[in-house]
Design a binder for this molecule. Structure first.
Ligand SMILES: [Zn+2]
Length: 73
C-alpha cells in the first residue's frame, strides 16, 4: 500500500489530487504561458490552471486540498 503514513509535506507526492489522491500532472500551457495541474482520472473534476509558475500551482493545489479536508471533517 502506498497511502500509509504519508507526511503532508512529502515532496515526492506533493502533487496528489485533493479529491482522489492520484498523482496529478503539472505542465505548462504553451498557448498562455501559464501552468496547470490536472487529475489523470477523467471522472474526477479536480483541476487548476492559470498559474504563473509551478510553485504557484503547487501552493494553490495545497490550498485546494485544505479546503477539501475541511469539508470532510
Ligand atoms: Zn482526482
Amino acid at each position: 500500500m502506498s497511502r500509509s503514513n504519508r507526511e503532508p509535506g512529502d515532496v515526492r507526492w506533493g502533487w496528489d489530487c485533493p479529491r482522489c489522491d492520484r498523482a496529478t500532472r503539472v505542465r505548462r500551457d504553451p498557448s498562455t504561458g501559464t501552468y496547470r495541474w490536472e487529475c489523470p482520472d477523467e471522472t474526477c473534476p479536480a483541476v487548476g490552471f492559470g498559474f504563473i509558475s509551478r510553485r504557484r500551482a503547487r501552493l494553490a493545489l495545497r490550498e485546494f486540498r485544505k479546503r477539501e479536508e475541511n469539508v470532510y471533517r
